[in-house]
Design a protein around this ligand. Structure first.
Ligand SMILES: Nc1ncnc2c1ncn2[C@@H]1O[C@H](COP(=O)(O)OP(=O)(O)OP(=O)(O)O)[C@@H](O)[C@H]1O
Ligand SMILES: [Mg+2]
Length: 425
């Protein structure tokens, strides 16, 4: 542990990378618009670095953990002043600001600055975290919204007021659902009286489809501004296009510490933990008035007993449940089918797709209330369609009228490396 006492003259910037604890001994410091008065203390995570902007001649006592550091950024590498000026300019009553940029370009950090700027101006602001992979507010795999009244240092301090399951971690796989859910959250924000809406997007900007998706979000939510970090180079000539949505290129800070793949995985694990630690196993009767969305087994025409018996002869194992859609039969079986090759399994011109009992365990899901509103995240334990029982792990204790099942599985250590491209159950 290294302890230093740092004098920061008024209007200058010092960068601190965590892990670090910080106490303002005298003066005033702004961290992304969150004002730290003399005596205030904050902690900076191992995964973050921050610009400390001194509002007065200040003294800050810093304790650095292993790997933490303090530096004076070169003027050309730092963007803090330009970011603050841009935030001041774009945040006003009625603003709807979409923040886009590649991974590590500062989207979440700039979104935090926008949020704090709005709160400091006395405006009611909602932030929609639409980055499914690097969620700060909700669990990964979801998008989420929060409308805080106090400034924050990191969006992770916020708890989501609304969540929407996307069901995948790769935006290209389900971009239509991200667009729909973002529009839905914007309407929720308006219901809550939001005067400023900030939308943090995922880091997928490297393909024309990625740009299309971000522009569609901006168009459908009637954005006033798109902030394109890393100077918006990926937008090409769109940068100079005059549209009702102001497209504003903004530089990203240079020389900041970036996070490795492993860091990102750890950050996702922490985010799951926030929602599932202390979660309990619940058993829900799904025999009546219960809707399941996202399951091939649950949505098709249920196979009758005679068909089940015929199919058992073909595949040689006990079938617990089966359903038929056009061209495909889905079977839920007790044990793996021997020498099973999906291609070779056919029944009356139907392809056969097999789910082995227990394979649903770990799937991320979202619970629905009686008006089909998403109320809480859950992990599927068992989907027993034969006995009409759904077992889930969740912290939510209230009534549940439906479930939306995604395509990402997590295990006991919150590892989410199992992902499906087709329906997982
Ligand atoms: N102005 C800045 N000064 C110092 N560090 C910064 C600044 N802006 C961002 N950082 C740091 O750079 C890293 C990337 O920033 P941030 O998380 O905001 O990017 P992002 O685009 O949201 O990334 P992701 O795609 O992973 O969500 C973080 O560690 C953040 O703390
Ligand atoms: Mg981010």
């Amino acid at each position: 542990m290294l302890k230093i006492s740092l004098k920061i003259p008024r209007s200058s910037i010092v960068r601190v990378a965590g892990p670090a604890s910080l106490r303002v001994a005298s003066g005033r410091i702004s961290v992304l618009g969150k004002i730290l008065q003399s005596g205030s203390e904050i902690f900076i995570s191992l995964y973050k670095s921050y610009p400390l902007y001194s509002l007065d001649d200040s003294v800050v006592d810093i304790e650095l953990g292993e790997g933490g550091y303090v530096e004076n950024p070169r003027e050309k590498d730092d963007v803090t002043i330009q970011w603050i000026e841009t935030a001041e300019k774009v945040v006003e009553k009625g603003s709807r600001i979409v923040v886009m940029g590649p991974g590590e370009s500062g989207k979440s950090t700039f979104s935090t600055l926008l949020l704090n700027t709005a709160i400091n101006k006395g405006l009611k602001a909602c932030v929609i975290d639409a980055d499914i992979g690097q969620q700060d507010i909700g669990p990964p795999d979801f998008i989420s919204m929060s409308c805080p009244s106090q400034t924050v240092q990191w969006l992770r301090e916020l708890y989501p007021e609304e969540i929407r399951l996307i069901g995948v971690l790769t935006p290209s796989q389900y971009s239509h659902r991200i667009i729909a859910a973002t529009i839905d959250l914007v309407s929720k924000a308006l219901e809550k009286g939001a005067e400023v809406i900030i939308i943090n997007t995922d880091g997928w900007v490297s393909s024309p489809y990625a740009i299309e998706m971000k522009l569609e979000i901006a168009r459908f939510v009637k954005a006033t501004h798109i902030i394109a970090l890393q100077n918006g180079s990926y937008l090409g000539s769109l940068i100079n296009t005059s549209t009702p949505i102001k497209i504003m290129p903004l530089p990203s800070p240079q020389g900041v510490r970036t996070r490795s793949r492993e860091d990102r995985r750890m950050l996702r694990a922490y985010a799951y933990k926030k929602f599932f630690d202390q979660a309990v196993l619940r058993s829900i009767d799904i025999s009546r008035d219960f809707i399941i969305i996202g399951s091939c087994l649950a949505s098709g025409e249920k196979l009758d007993q005679q068909k089940i018996l015929e199919l058992e002869k073909i595949i040689g194992t006990k079938i617990l449940y089966g359903s038929r859609h056009e061209g495909v039969i889905y079977l839920y079986v007790q044990s793996p089918v021997k020498e099973y090759s999906e291609k070779s399994l056919k029944y009356q011109d139907h392809e056969i797709q097999i789910f082995v009992q227990g394979s649903e365990r770990g799937l991320l899901a979202s619970l629905l209330d009686s008006s089909l509103r998403e109320i809480a995240p859950a992990i599927i334990d068992t989907l027993d369609l034969q006995n009409n029982v759904l077992k889930i792990v969740t912290r939510y204790e209230g009534p549940v009228s439906g479930v939306l099942i995604g395509r990402v599985k997590i295990d006991f250590s919150y590892d989410d490396s199992i992902r499906y491209t087709r329906c997982p159950i």
